[in-house]
Design a protein. Structure first.
Length: 243
């Protein structure tokens, strides 16, 4: 009996963004003292960063929301396996309309497309974070001018430069506590592992009726990455304080 095609390419990924283990803990440390704090992750996926933040501080509680039921199930299972299910709640929902708790710390990484752009997510988070609270924002930016095809693929003109993103955070009523960007190694690891889950499935299921379709997905993705946005699309992590 052959296995079904992978539902997504996330099986080999720790995070659904270009982020290393070492940098994930730097980001968590930059959020400050999390004792007795509520950390809310909008667009949490399988919530790996949220789970690590809660593990890092036994007094913290975490809440996450995402529209992907598969990711929510994976994150919930991970929370149980790591013994923190009593302090983490993950919910299936629309991040833009979900009525969650006011956060001491909010996380929104790679989720600004749900609101439309970074300006919209920054405005939305201001109503969801306590005054003086923290926001960890992860979003894309252009390192170099993209081709028309790549620009259209990544939300047209919704992205600007790194400088534009920092200025936007300041204009939106935040102070900037820390800035970092994904390295090329982090990007290459992320994209390779995204493709790798499908490649392993293809090796194990070469005669599957859907093998050709899966191969096209992974080949198209790799070509677009290597020949299109590698070194063009950047990803920034901004640790912000709400004024």
């Amino acid at each position: 009996m052959t296995a079904s095609p992978p539902r997504n390419g996330h099986a080999l990924l720790d995070f659904n963004s270009p982020l290393s283990d070492a940098k994930s803990y730097e980001l968590i440390a930059g959020l400050g003292d999390l004792r007795d704090k509520t950390v809310v992750d909008y667009g949490c996926g399988w919530a790996e960063l949220l789970l690590r933040a809660v593990e890092h501080e036994p007094g913290a509680t975490g809440v996450g929301v995402d529209g992907d039921d598969y990711a929510i199930a994976r994150g919930t299972a991970n929370a149980r396996a790591r013994g923190i299910a009593d302090r983490v709640r993950l919910e299936l929902g629309d991040v833009t309309t979900w009525d969650g708790p006011v956060a001491d710390v909010a996380i929104s990484i790679g989720a600004s497309h749900a609101w439309g752009d970074a300006r919209a997510v920054l405005e939305a988070m201001r109503t969801r974070i306590r005054p003086g609270g923290r926001l960890l924002l992860g979003d894309g930016y252009w390192e170099r001018e993209p081709s028309d095809t790549i620009r259209e693929m990544f939300r047209g003109d919704a992205l600007g430069t790194f400088e534009d993103l920092v200025d936007l955070a300041l204009e939106s009523g935040y102070r900037v506590l820390r800035l970092t960007t994904a390295s090329q190694d982090e990007w290459d690891s992320f994209e390779s592992r995204w493709c790798g889950a499908r490649e392993l499935w293809l090796l194990e299921n070469p005669d599957h009726p859907e093998a050709a379709a899966v191969q096209k997905i992974v080949d198209d993705h790799r070509d677009t990455w290597i020949k299109g946005y590698r070194g063009v699309l950047g990803f920034a992590y901004l640790t912000l304080a709400r004024r």
